[in-house]
Design a protein. Structure first.
Length: 290
């Protein structure tokens, strides 16, 4: 079985609670978290673009920080105006495309992530809306996350539907590796069912960072990761690229699980890891490259 190109990383990289479990120091002008992160992972999913429209100089600063790293890619989450509010202007489309083009021209763009909420079911109006959005972002690889099981088994020619692992609540879509355009894009949200239910009840309410993050607080067990990895390998012969993104970020759990998935998906290869993460998660020691 031939292993496709694997891009393994996390959803975001700027988390204070990753120091000292992953980052040895707090972020500063002298110490770049992104530069450090890129020593160990070859992709990252940008989350900040979901909340704000970033100035182009920020994008360019990222490129400077990873310029010495070969084959590092950014995938960029689309702003909530497009996916949750369904209200945007052509100026906002242009602003997003401008930054995507900076990354694309530097050969650092993995694609754009369109993450829709659970309420975005497979209805005719929603399918039409998705089609309109796809046209707005022609020219980029597009990864579409839908969370309602009414989308299960749906296929499209110009996008890649994401595969997601999440708590199985209500009509949640099941984990089933999906292939689109010879690519798979797989996201891990954790399996903290109780916290996930609570977050649904608090939707729209003002919450602290800790409250918003609680539903992602989950460290996958080795057995779960082995089972997941075997399912992913079933589509290896159908894809050229696989993106693996861990979003269970509290405390650095996403980092630990990303390293473990890297090990299992690369035929149990030894993995380059910093001492801090092995100290925080001792079970990683047997996977450490020496």
């Amino acid at each position: 079985m031939k292993t496709p190109k694997l891009y393994v990383g996390t959803a975001g990289w700027s988390y204070n609670d990753w120091a000292p479990n992953f980052y040895p120091f707090s972020q500063s002008k002298e110490f770049s978290w992104l530069k450090y992160y890129s020593r160990y992972f070859n992709t990252v999913e940008v989350n900040s673009t979901y909340y704000t429209y970033l100035a182009s100089n920020i994008i360019k600063s990222w490129l400077r920080q990873i310029e010495e790293i070969d084959e590092f890619l950014f995938t960029v989450k689309l702003h909530m105006d497009f996916t949750h509010k369904h209200s945007f202007t052509e100026e906002q489309v242009h602003a997003v495309r401008y930054n995507l083009d900076i990354l694309k021209e530097s050969e650092r763009l993995g694609g754009v992530l369109m993450q829709f909420p659970y309420s975005f079911a497979s209805t005719e109006p929603n399918i039409d809306y998705l089609g309109q959005l796809i046209k707005k972002f022609e020219g980029y690889d597009k990864f579409v996350e839908v969370r309602h099981k009414s989308w299960q088994g749906k296929k499209a020619k110009t996008i890649t539907f994401c595969t997601i692992d999440q708590p199985q609540i209500g009509e949640a879509i099941e984990f089933n590796p999906v292939v689109g355009n010879e690519t798979a894009y797989i996201r891990f949200h954790g399996r903290n069912t109780e916290a996930w239910k609570k977050s649904l009840n608090n939707f729209g309410k003002k919450q602290t960072y800790e409250e918003r993050s609680a539903r992602y607080e989950y460290l996958y067990l080795p057995g779960e990761l082995v089972e997941i990895s075997e399912k992913i390998k079933e589509v290896y012969d159908k894809v050229k690229k696989v993106f693996i993104i861990t979003n269970n970020h509290p405390h650095g759990d996403a980092v630990a699980n990303a390293f473990e998935l890297m090990h299992y998906l690369k035929d149990h290869a030894k993995i380059k890891m910093p001492p801090a993460i092995v100290k925080a998660y001792p079970r990683l020691e047997k996977f450490l490259e020496t």
